[in-house]
Design a protein around this ligand. Structure first.
Ligand SMILES: [Cu+2]
Length: 413
């Protein structure tokens, strides 16, 4: 059986099985509710679960180059030192792509080309790693692994075909413990011409929520040290002889494990065992952000009765977050960009560092609902509650639906 006919069999099996997965007993009630709400979209049993294994693999050999007639999106991205405000009276010195945290959202169609001209305007070194995108190795953004890190006023050009479709992100790969929490990350969304998620859930609004956290004390301390070292860094960035040799294995830490061990044997003390750059301290995040903002400043998510919305959750930071939506079960439809064979109903979804999760929310329950990390630590701003990684799902038509805040009456009034 060749791949094509095997896929057809999977499709037809799944098409016949949807009733069993979703249950048919509630169909009439669901249809009635939807009709009452004026909703004419597909009913639950109409949702097929097509699964195309090809959708999760690259369709092109990464070593292609653009050919005449192909779409090439060109972006100019500067790394800047910018103060970032996650809340009034709460900010930190951030490294940014083009001045914002997160950096600009890049949105392209699958198969199109992305050309990014990176220019570093800080006295430090940076790269861009395309996380979840099947680029060719030289475009992977690993300092000393696949490219020299980009120094002050230096540039690097990334060029790759956008594949595979899905929710992905990009981030700096230089000293990630500092540079990523200092703000160097952003979303790259690769849209599919025939999006299986849209086929199953015809969504009308599409939100991206980049989840991250920062230890502002750590970042400030490290950034101060970096700025003091600025002159040295500039000298190094202009003197290739000063830089470590490129080594995919060691990321600039010696040419090999043997050379590293030999250096220790001859008396060299590695930074983790010394106080080379000041006293190292454990990172202890104190602000938790959705698209760079903490509660109550994070943007709201809007929905209407009967509407499907798509929310793309991106774990850009160093902690897992457990996003919980009140009043709704949503559908988990994609993991790390790839459509799931069987979308799963959940009310709390773990978003681990380095992963992306797409969910679909259906507007079934008018009101104003909390949507937040269920880890209570992350519901604080510098230790004070409420705060942190929290926003609201707000219905545009909540009032028309009869939703109202009731005054609380005490029993012995
Ligand atoms: Cu960087």
């Amino acid at each position: 059986m060749n791949n094509l006919s095997r896929r057809s069999v999977i499709r037809s099996l799944l098409a016949g099985g949807t009733g069993a997965i979703l249950g048919s007993s509630s169909t009439d009630a669901a249809a009635q509710t939807k009709r009452e709400m004026g909703y004419n979209g597909p009913l639950p049993t109409d949702w097929s679960i097509p699964f195309d294994p090809a959708a999760t693999r690259p369709r092109w050999y990464p070593r292609d180059l653009p050919t005449p007639g192909e779409v090439v999106h060109e972006y100019h991205i500067e790394v800047l030192l910018t103060p970032h405000e996650m809340l009034p009276m709460a900010h930190f010195p951030a490294y940014t792509y083009n001045g914002t945290v997160p950096g600009p959202e890049l949105r392209v169609k699958e198969g199109e080309w992305v050309k990014v001209n990176l220019l570093n305007k800080t006295h430090d070194f940076h790269t861009i790693h395309w996380h979840g995108v099947d680029v060719e190795c030289e475009m992977d953004g690993v300092p000393f692994g696949t490219q020299y890190p980009v120094g002050y006023n230096q540039t690097f050009q990334y060029l790759f075909r956008a594949q595979p479709a899905g929710t992905h992100f990009y981030h700096c790969h230089q000293m990630t413990n500092l540079h990523v929490q200092a703000g160097l990350y952003g979303a790259i969304i690769i849209e599919s011409a025939d999006d299986p998620v849209r086929r199953q859930f015809p969504y009308t609004r599409d939100y991206t929520m980049v989840l991250s956290e920062v230890d502002t004390n750590f970042v400030e301390q490290q950034m101060n040290e970096m700025q003091l070292m600025g002159a040295q860094m500039d000298y190094m960035s202009r003197s290739p002889a000063m830089m470590s040799k490129m080594s995919g294995e060691m990321m600039g830490w010696f040419a090999s494990k043997e050379a590293f061990l030999a250096a220790i044997k001859s008396g060299w003390i590695p930074p983790y065992a010394s106080s080379m750059a000041g006293k190292f301290r454990q990172i202890n995040p104190n602000f938790f952000m959705i698209n760079g903002k903490s509660y109550p400043m994070a943007e709201h998510v809007r929905i209407r009765r009967g509407e499907f919305i798509r929310i793309r959750l991106i774990g850009a930071g160093m902690m897992p977050h457990f996003m919980h939506l009140h009043g709704h079960n949503f559908w988990h439809v994609c993991q790390d960009g790839a459509p799931l064979q069987s979308p799963m109903q959940m009310n709390t979804i773990p978003v681990f560092p380095g992963t992306t999760c797409d969910i679909i929310v259906e507007g079934t329950n008018p009101g104003n609902w909390h949507f937040h990390d269920h880890s209570d630590l992350c519901l604080t701003n510098n230790g004070a509650s409420p705060g942190g990684m929290m926003t609201m799902l707000m219905y545009d038509d909540a009032v028309e639906a009869g939703f109202t805040f009731q005054e609380v009456l005490t029993l012995n009034s």
